[in-house]
Design a protein around this ligand. Sequence first.
Ligand code: HEC
Ligand code: HEC
Ligand code: HEC
Length: 481
Amino acid sequence: MSKKQSNWKYVLILLATGLVAAVGGKVSQCVVDSMHESTVIPPMEPAAADAVASKVLEMKCASCHAQDASYSKVLNFFSFGLMRDHVEGAKRAFTLTPDYSVRSGNVDYLKMDYVLRTRRMPPASYSAVHLGSRLTPTDVAVLRQKYKEEGAIARAFAPIAPVAEPETSLEKARIYLGYLLYHDGRLSTTNKVSCASCHDLTKGGTDNLAKSKGVPGPDGMPQLGGVNAPTTLNAAGNIRQFWDGRAADLKEQAGGPPLNPVEMGFTCVADWDIIAHKLSRDPEIAALFAYVFGDHGITGETVTTAIAAYEQTLVTPDSDFDRYLKGDEKALTDSQKAGMDSFVQLGCATCHSGPTLGGISFEYVNTHGDLRALATPADYQEGAFGLQDFTKKPEHKDMFRVPNLRNVALTAPYFHTGTVNSLQEAVRIMIQTQNGAGAASDTTVKNITRFLEAQTGKLYGKPANMLKPEDTVLTPVTPQP
Ligand code: HEC
Ligand code: HEC
Ligand code: HEC
């Protein structure tokens, strides 16, 4: 049956059965308690199971989740817009042909795992009128086999690996040079604003401000950035850098702030010469550049390479949660364990997953209600559209790089808007906008918040919330002859 014919059937049955619920916009969710259901997979070769799974995806999922899934405007009218909501909503959430530049593979696996566990797909309103479209136990079993489901927690969570000690003195010098530059105001026009001004390691790698303060503007007051400054801690794990993903990696990212008129004040690539000139007059810095980069000298290229090498070392292992993952049952309180379970049950872990609990995909912030409407007081200037600002593709509008949630208790205020001060409030807003489950109980919100507080890791062996400026000072490295 072609997709068009299938659509007609959809509409006819919809009309015939007079789905009043659809008019009200509220279709009762058929909740199946599937968590403990055991299914026996008929013995099947992996290749055969894979073929069956592909067929299930084609027959029962592709009409909404294929890259080219479409709907007829006329039929959509008769379905009271349900068809458009289904197809457009489906393509935003998940596509059968994944786009790894937007989501790393693991996120797709987790999303699939989530809908199979909760039996949310196909949507109840669709299955009600498409006889035989519901997933059978065998369907679920073969899909799980295809997606190699190994338990949500195992797949969603992983401890952060500590950074390896630099092996060569050259590598040590590169990191030390990056450290100096990260804290060096000379990268700004005023000689006062450094990376550390806005990404202070004693403040969880942020400035704890809604909008960061850059170099002064014409009125002599610090100019404010447009979006909240994310943390540099564990930023190396991000799929791309910035809320809108406009930098591919840390090195490319580090080239941004110096030449940002609001942040560090320079405006064009040629201005690197001014920075280089200032730095070259500092004997320690000049000697390190000569040692680490030889003839390449002091350039935008070498400055950003060194800063990125330093940032690669800003990882925070050894949180209570890491110790729990490594087998220490007592590392989390009962409330935190309950919070972890809710974090999985409510689907948070589909987007906030991996060793850094996020950072590995771009996601829409207006799926079940617009985050900005809930999170922003009236004075917030709208204007950030996420990934679309970088790619200019309309389908990327409102997709923001998921922040990593390690050390999140230290990085208030929250969201790209920087408008939510309390972590508990941020959690509540996420439940409403990203899960669509409506309001959760106060206990659930509190437990998840406690769980997120267990994400505070250690830097240089000390808990990130207890770092003093002197703890973040690196031992000087002198260039080898
Ligand atoms: C009638 C259209 C339709 C069909 C058929 C359908 N889906 Fe969906 N799917 C949606 C919509 C709409 C969403 C987004 C809203 C939501 O998450 O409830 C979605 C979301 C998803 C997500 C992302 C969930 C998340 O938490 O982000 C996955 C994974 C998914 N579907 C898998 C499937 C699979 C597997 C099938 C086939 C068994 C299927 N869908 C069939 C409409 C459909
Ligand atoms: C005036 C404050 C300010 C200064 C100075 C500054 N940053 Fe930032 N930084 C920000 C803001 C704001 C963002 C978010 C911008 C965006 O996403 O559009 C950001 C984003 C980042 C990110 C991306 C993190 C993520 O999760 O996507 C990294 C990494 C970073 N900065 C490192 C640096 C480095 C290295 C320097 C010095 C060369 C620096 N910053 C200087 C404010 C600042
Ligand atoms: C569909 C993907 C998705 C799901 C599911 C999701 N989040 Fe998020 N989360 C995001 C994105 C995207 C942002 C950034 C939004 C913004 O600032 O525009 C975010 C931001 C956050 C923040 C703020 C972090 C910061 O540094 O500003 C917290 C806390 C958070 N999420 C917790 C949760 C919790 C708890 C859940 C489960 C109830 C959850 N998230 C579910 C995508 C998701």
